[in-house]
Write a protein that binds this ligand. Structure first.
Ligand code: ZN
Length: 150
């Protein structure tokens, strides 16, 4: 997961790019997740990084939109970064995903349509929402709170 000392700015409007333009601005891992709905391996280096990150915000690696915050992060043990709520619900869009022969709810960046992961509910986690936003850390940018603008 990319870490940026400066907090990315939210895009002023929806971000639309061609596949070629996205390839220019994203790493191959970011492109695979965000633009091809790829899934990073569970319990990988990104997850280990995530577990050790302190307070901060998580932004879309495609467009910079604020998506999640460490305030809503929890350890689900599933192998991917987990949040029980978005930091800015306007930037997080849900849509039905019928791939892999089952129905899941896909989580997408509302500003650039980048694939982030899936959301699951009713799993019994002791969180205020009982939702698990299961997010690919590779599609996020982490901005530590202490170094952000005041
Ligand atoms: Zn985005």
């Amino acid at each position: 997961m990319l870490t940026r000392p400066d907090r990315p700015a939210d895009p002023a409007e929806r971000v639309v790019k061609t596949a070629a333009e996205w390839r220019e601005v994203l790493t191959s891992q970011q492109y695979h997740i965000l633009r091809q709905a790829g899934t990073e391996p569970p319990n990988g280096s990104v997850y280990k990084e995530f577990k050790h990150q302190g307070k901060g915000t998580y932004h879309c690696a495609g467009c910079g939109a604020l998506l999640f915050s460490s305030d809503h992060k929890f350890d689900s043990g599933c192998g991917w970064p987990s949040f029980y709520d978005p930091a800015n619900a306007d930037h997080v869009k849900l849509r039905v995903d019928r791939s892999l022969g089952r129905t899941r709810t896909e989580v997408v960046c509302a500003m650039c349509d980048g694939h982030l992961g899936h959301v699951f509910e009713g799993e019994g986690f002791d969180t205020p929402t009982d939702l698990r936003y299961c997010i690919n850390g590779g599609g996020l940018i982490y901005a530590p709170a202490e170094s952000g603008p005041t």
